[in-house]
Design a protein around this ligand. Structure first.
Ligand SMILES: [Zn+2]
Length: 190
């Protein structure tokens, strides 16, 4: 039977079968998304790194069908299309206070597949999603949608919990930062 989220298919196949996909999967399985989260978290001191960030659950529903020129999915419409919603709460680093926090991402999809002629249904509220090869994995679509939903600079939404690092001057001089810098130059071996 396969896994509809991971199997490679053409948009037309998915539309013709009216494929519905409901999923909840760990973010660690979405390689590109996990790579972005991981590189963001590299800014943290190791003791602040959330240990189970790879287990954050990506939820979603995708409904494939054909888009009609007047909008909505139909079994006999004109262009392969997908509608749906995907969501995940990722661990991220606040760009203001450099503390870890939980960043909710939610995005709605309303996409039509293909090239120029598909632009005709943009008026009906669809965006065009270019498929580079004939076949694609729906999970790649999910990845791209969530990457697009990521803010350029993530920060705490609630200013009350966001503290800029103002206490640094109060550090007594016995925090010997030059050694930390030297250690990171020498590699991470302890
Ligand atoms: Zn913050």
């Amino acid at each position: 039977m396969g896994n509809p989220l991971r199997d490679r298919r053409t948009p037309s196949e998915l539309a013709a079968r009216g494929q519905l996909i409901e999923f909840s999967e760990k973010i660690g399985d979405f390689e590109q998304l996990a790579a972005i989260v991981e590189s963001d978290l590299e800014a943290l001191d190791p003791d602040k790194l959330p240990s189970d960030w790879r287990n954050a659950t990506v939820y979603g529903q995708l409904a494939f069908g054909f888009a009609a020129a007047h909008g909505g999915l139909h079994p006999t419409g004109l262009w392969p299309a997908v509608e749906g919603r995907v969501a995940v709460t990722v661990d991220a680093v606040c760009q203001r206070c450099l503390e870890p926090f939980q960043l909710p991402l939610v995005t709605e999809l309303r996409l039509v597949f293909g090239g120029d002629q598909a632009a005709a249904v943009e008026d009906a509220g669809y965006e065009v999603w270019e498929v580079e090869q004939d076949q694609f994995r729906p999970m790649d679509l999910v990845t791209e949608a969530l990457v697009m939903a990521m803010p350029l600079a993530a920060t705490h939404i609630d200013n009350a919990v966001c503290h800029e690092p103002e206490a640094l001057e109060e550090d007594s001089g016995d925090r010997i930062r030059p050694f930390a810098a030297l250690k990171s130059q020498m590699g991470k071996d302890d």
